[in-house]
Design a protein. Structure first.
Length: 400
């Protein structure tokens, strides 16, 4: 029996909610090749991919090489999901340069160059305009119980009837494109009011833009926790990867997610006995004692906001100090309605008008929330949402 059929059979017994089969990128490639050879239908391949958990980063170049091995939109969609979910992992060992680690003096030089670059170049970037295109991927867990009076599930989500519970799988929801302003290298928060009923519509929205490089670097430096980790290749050039941790007392990293329900029961209760029943509750009163009145459940929606400690990675060009990538993973409490908020931002040189600048070109945000909030409606459940964004069409921002 070929590998694809075997894997599909094994995956049919996988537990839901991402308790799937762990694979390297090479094993994923072998699975897709075998499925292609067996001419497996698009839906079958997608079902298998939905249950894969990668142990290595699926880089953009590797992802592009895999697209030719899938034969339809459902499996192609799941390749994009795997790329986004693995964006925070280490690439395969074969993709890492074998350059020896720098000594303490060379490490210090790289960090000094980065500090100079951020202060003298990145923080001095002019006001720029760009177009931000965001793809949302989300699983389809109900947000509220039907008894709450508020519709819960993501109505636009497409779920499969595959081998495991389809609502635990992450699927493409929608895409949006909007103009943004980039101020000192970071997206500026808009002052326009968003009429969307986030939370009540079965999805959450991250209200605060991705953090600025200058803030994260200064806080990591102030915490004194920047440490050498490894080399990686970005655009075929070596980048030094440094880890860091920022404790709560030194953090200004804001997590702002909208919205979560607060269920409030309101009304008037009137208690009666067998002798006062008709007088209090009318002719429908029971023969014994009881309670009557006007009862209702109101749902109010509130954002979750906190300043969180975090840890992450900085990817720095050793000769220039230019930061090419930043990863931030918030350290949230188990009792928080936002369980996970991981952010990756990639930077590259683009042309804006007559000049070129190194600015954000891509971001990936992986979030896990408790859509029921603290209400307990419908029991405890979580929802995973992935946001992959591309920044394009950079230009000087118009002056007022």
């Amino acid at each position: 029996m070929r590998r694809c059929i075997l894997c599909l059979t094994l995956l049919s017994f996988a537990m839901p909610a991402w308790c799937g089969k762990k694979m390297t990128v090479e094993q994923l490639r072998e699975l897709l090749f075998s499925c292609q050879q067996d001419k497996r239908p698009d839906a079958d391949v997608a079902t298998a991919l939905e249950q894969v958990e990668l142990t290595e980063e699926l880089t953009r170049s590797a992802m592009n090489s895999l697209i030719g091995l899938v034969n339809g939109p459902l499996s192609t969609e799941q390749i994009y999901v795997l790329e986004a979910r693995s964006a925070y992992l280490t690439p395969p060992l074969s993709d890492l340069p074998d350059t020896p680690a720098p000594g303490p003096a060379a490490e210090k030089t790289i960090l000094t160059l980065a500090q100079t670059y951020i202060a003298n170049t990145y923080e001095q970037l002019p006001l720029l305009a760009a177009t931000k295109t965001t793809l949302r991927f989300q699983d389809n867990t109900n947000a509220l119980a039907a008894s709450s009076g508020v519709g819960g599930s993501a109505k636009d989500a497409v779920t499969s009837s595959g081998l495991s519970n389809p609502v635990t799988f992450i699927r493409y929801i929608n895409a949006t494109a909007r103009p943004v302003i980039i101020e000192r290298g970071a997206e500026k928060r808009t002052t326009e009011k968003d009429p969307t009923r986030w939370g009540a519509n079965g999805s959450v929205e991250i209200q605060k833009p991705e953090p600025g490089l200058d803030l994260i670097f200064k806080e990591a430096q102030g915490a004194g926790t920047i440490r050498w980790l490894r080399w990686e290749l970005i655009d075929r050039k070596p980048a030094g990867v440094f880890s860091f941790e920022v404790p709560r007392q030194k953090s200004k990293f804001a997590v702002d997610v909208c919205c979560f329900p607060d269920l409030k029961q309101a009304g008037i209760a009137r208690f009666y006995s067998a002798t006062t029943g008709r007088q209090v509750a009318g002719p429908e009163a029971s023969n014994g004692g009881g309670v009557a009145g006007d009862f209702r459940t109101d749902t109010e929606w509130h954002p979750f906001r906190t300043i969180a400690p975090y840890h992450g990675l900085l990817f720095i060009e050793p000769d220039t100090g230019i930061v090419r990538r930043m990863i931030i993973e918030a350290e949230l409490q188990p009792s928080d309605v936002v369980h996970q908020m991981d952010t990756r931002i990639d930077y590259a040189r683009v042309k804006a008008g007559q000049s070129s600048f190194i600015v954000p070109v891509r971001s990936v945000i992986n979030s896990v929330v408790v859509p029921n909030g603290d209400s307990g409606a419908g029991g405890y459940s979580t929802r995973t949402s992935l946001f992959t964004s591309e920044y394009s069409d950079y230009r000087p921002a118009p002056t007022k």
